[in-house]
Design a protein around this ligand. Structure first.
Ligand code: GTP
Ligand code: MG
Length: 197
């Protein structure tokens, strides 16, 4: 399934323009610049379909991609982007929260955490929201290539421990690098199980 063609089919800045939920959906959430768009590209081998950038806050709408008409992959705008205007920031964040807690057909949220920085208050907020709305989510540690392997493993254990009592989390924490490809195949296997067969 991850060999299928990835096609962009909708961008939404308000919930009324979300496309109809026709496919099982997997969303990628996390702080700005954590590597969401890069991961989407690496997963699907579609270099450049989801745009990436050094400048945080590039993804400014919820972007919906169709993967071989079996899955809908969703690139969410990052939160915690310091340079955006306050009101723009709040609007994105509200939109992401609304999407994550109410979207029909949403089967999994991949919450990306930068291995180096770990979990931040905004990440916890989103986790609490997903627990309340019973949205299934899993944690992906990104940019594992930028940290010593021992520290990657330590970070993963620390996060798994802190989520032990949570009900909607899908363990284990996965360690990823879009740059080296580490973890990409394992993640494909996990996510392919969610696709329409
Ligand atoms: P927003 O759209 O602003 O929310 O950002 P994003 O989460 O989509 O991040 P994006 O994929 O655009 O990547 C941000 C920066 O991190 C880029 O400069 C990437 O090259 C870099 N990056 C992404 N993945 C990796 C990785 O696995 N390792 C390393 N070292 N850098 C990465
Ligand atoms: Mg992005």
């Amino acid at each position: 399934i991850f060999r299928s063609k990835l096609t962009f089919f909708a961008a939404a800045k308000v919930s009324s323009s979300f496309p109809p939920p026709d496919l099982p959906e997997i969303a990628f959430a996390g702080r700005s610049n954590v590597g969401k768009s890069s991961l989407l590209n690496a997963l699907t081998r579609n270099w450049g379909v989801a745009r990436t950038s050094d400048k945080p806050g590039l993804t400014q709408s919820i972007n919906f991609f169709n993967l071989g008409s079996k899955l809908c992959l969703v690139d969410l705008p990052g939160y915690g982007f310091a340079y955006a205007k306050e009101e723009v920031k709040d609007a994105w964040e509200e939109l992401v929260k609304e999407y994550v807690s109410t979207r029909v057909g949403l089967k999994r949220v991949c919450l990306l955490i930068d291995t180096k920085w770990g979990m931040k208050p905004r990440d916890r907020e989103l986790i609490d929201l997903m627990e309340r709305s019973q949205t299934k989510y899993q944690i992906l540690l990104t940019k594992s290539d930028a940290v010593f392997p021992i520290d990657v493993a330590r970070r993963a254990m620390q996060i798994e421990e802190s989520l032990k009592a949570n009900k909607s989390v899908v363990q284990p924490v996965m360690m990823m690098s879009s740059r080296t490809g580490a973890g990409i195949r394992s993640l494909r296997t996990v996510l392919a199980k969610i696709a329409r067969v």
